[in-house]
Design a protein around this ligand. Structure first.
Ligand SMILES: [Mn+2]
Length: 243
């Protein structure tokens, strides 16, 4: 049995190619997967209501439900686009929801998993925004706004924040931040660190531990597999090869 780690699908509409490929991929995994680790930003926008889910996400939720029925555990770490996952994911789907990064045990090895949006302690502006989006007043406001409005506002805001990412990338090099973050975790005793968020697939085996950056499921279709005590990065081939 194996575990799969996947992040940053930024799903919008079931007809989109990346959405379809994710459904196909998860269907192929059914019955062969011990734990599916979703490391955030699987949805372009998710905010949790108790009895409401956004209609475009129903096909993925059904696919996750089928995985659960086949015996797969699902751990969902909230990203910067999907938060307040609570009620639906925990109670309806029986997932383990983590609001920030946390340590997990993989066959006796301590591994730190996180979305990756908090790896840079110098990005104070983002930390403030993150706290605000998750604050009680904003949660209450979201309960009052009609979900269709929230959906519209969120998609508009995520288009705006996409423009800011390029400027940040020029100021802070992801590989360097991830390496510094991983070193701090290795010093705490973790043997591997797995994150998403930066849309950059790479895996580095250092003497201190393994660093895994997942890439994305937008157009790279990269993911990590934990099997036989080791991580490896793989790429889903959406179309069968012609050779
Ligand atoms: Mn992200």
């Amino acid at each position: 049995m194996r575990d799969i780690f996947l992040a940053d699908a930024h799903l919008r509409h079931p007809a989109d190619a990346n959405y379809q490929h994710l459904l196909t991929f998860l269907e192929q995994q059914r019955g062969h997967l011990r734990t599916l680790y979703l490391l955030g930003d699987i949805f372009e926008f998710w905010v949790g209501y108790r009895h409401v889910v956004f209609a475009p996400y129903v096909p993925l939720l059904e696919s996750l439900r089928r995985l659960r029925q086949a015996g797969t555990d699902i751990v969902y770490v909230e990203g910067n686009h999907d938060f307040h996952l609570g009620p639906y994911f925990a109670e309806e789907l029986g997932c383990r929801v983590l609001t920030t990064g946390e340590g997990v045990d993989l066959d006796g090895r301590p591994v730190f998993i996180a979305h990756g949006d908090l790896v840079n302690p110098r990005d104070r502006a983002y930390r403030l925004l993150r706290r605000t989006l998750r604050s009680l007043p904003l949660r209450l406001l979201l309960q009052l706004l009609p979900p269709d409005w929230t959906w519209g506002i969120a998609h508009c805001a995520s288009r705006q924040s996409g423009k800011g990412h390029l400027a940040k990338r020029r100021r802070w090099v992801p590989e360097q931040m991830l390496a510094e973050h991983a070193n701090r975790r290795f010093a705490e005793g973790y043997q591997a660190v797995v994150t998403g968020h930066f849309h950059a697939p790479w895996l580095q085996r250092n003497p201190e531990g393994t660093v895994v950056s997942l890439g994305d499921w937008l157009d790279q279709y990269s993911y990590a597999v934990w099997e036989d005590g080791e991580f490896r990065l793989e790429t889903f081939a959406p179309w069968p090869s012609l050779s």
